[in-house]
Design a protein around this ligand. Structure first.
Ligand code: CA
Length: 233
């Protein structure tokens, strides 16, 4: 799958917004299908197996979170969630329903295209088979297996989304180093976008809920680190 040939599902009940998004993405060479409510959106995704889903949070039928849950059941697909408020980011990412990124309305078509393109590049990278030489990363009480993308904390397997796994691996392979939000955006998300720091913060909160609050250290005003001494409490 190269960037321009990807298939994208747009699930958005405001018809004018859905049409504008679809037109812009088609203009970039993507194949785009559109649905205007939750149940139709789920059916669309099941029928077309898109490479990426642009999903509005507030939808008739059932909302974007429920759509996310249902479409992630069979296999992971990256979701760019559209929200009315910035404060919804934590809700979306924290529920670990698989939303990888979010945009707050109103947004520019240019930014949407840039985000979609970055997400597709990242997915292509995630889908490459891990190098056979990749070794298990051990940092503090965490074990990360790049070959299976599994994480074990204090002997217990913990489920992380692909994005969360990449985030923890990026920090864990640089133990003790404070990594800025910008560096994380560039390397984990593949695109440093305005206000992207919130996406990083929300994912870190989600990782802490799963792995333990003390695993990822915050360095205020700078960024995040995972230390050799990291221990789940
Ligand atoms: Ca809506």
């Amino acid at each position: 799958m190269t960037d321009g040939t990807a298939r994208i599902a747009v699930i958005e009940d405001e018809v004018s917004i859905a049409q504008a998004i679809a037109a812009r993405l088609r203009n970039e060479g993507y194949t785009v299908d559109v649905a205007h409510d939750g149940p139709t959106g789920v059916a669309l995704v099941q029928r077309t197996s898109p490479d990426l889903v642009v999903l509005d949070l507030m939808l008739p039928g059932f909302d974007g979170l429920e759509v996310c849950r249902q479409i992630q059941r069979e296999h992971w697909v990256p979701v760019l969630m559209l929200t009315a408020r910035d404060s919804e980011a934590d809700l979306i990412i924290g529920l670990s329903v698989g939303a990888d990124d979010y945009m707050t309305k109103p947004f520019s078509a240019r930014e949407l295209v840039a985000r979609v393109s970055a997400m597709l590049r990242r997915v292509a990278r995630l889908q490459q088979p891990p190098s056979s030489t990749s070794e298990i990363v051990r940092v503090g009480c965490i074990e990360l297996d790049p070959a299976t993308r599994k994480v074990v904390v204090g002997g217990e397997a913990v489920h992380l989304t692909p994005t969360e796994f990449e985030l923890v691996t990026y920090l864990g392979t640089r133990p003790g180093r404070v990594v800025t939000r910008e560096e994380l955006l560039e390397n984990v998300w593949g695109y440093d976008f305005p206000a992207g720091g919130r996406t990083v913060d929300s994912h870190v909160r989600s990782v802490r809920r799963k792995l333990g609050a003390d695993i990822v250290r915050t360095v205020h005003g700078v960024g995040y680190a995972i230390d050799e001494s990291a221990v789940a409490q």
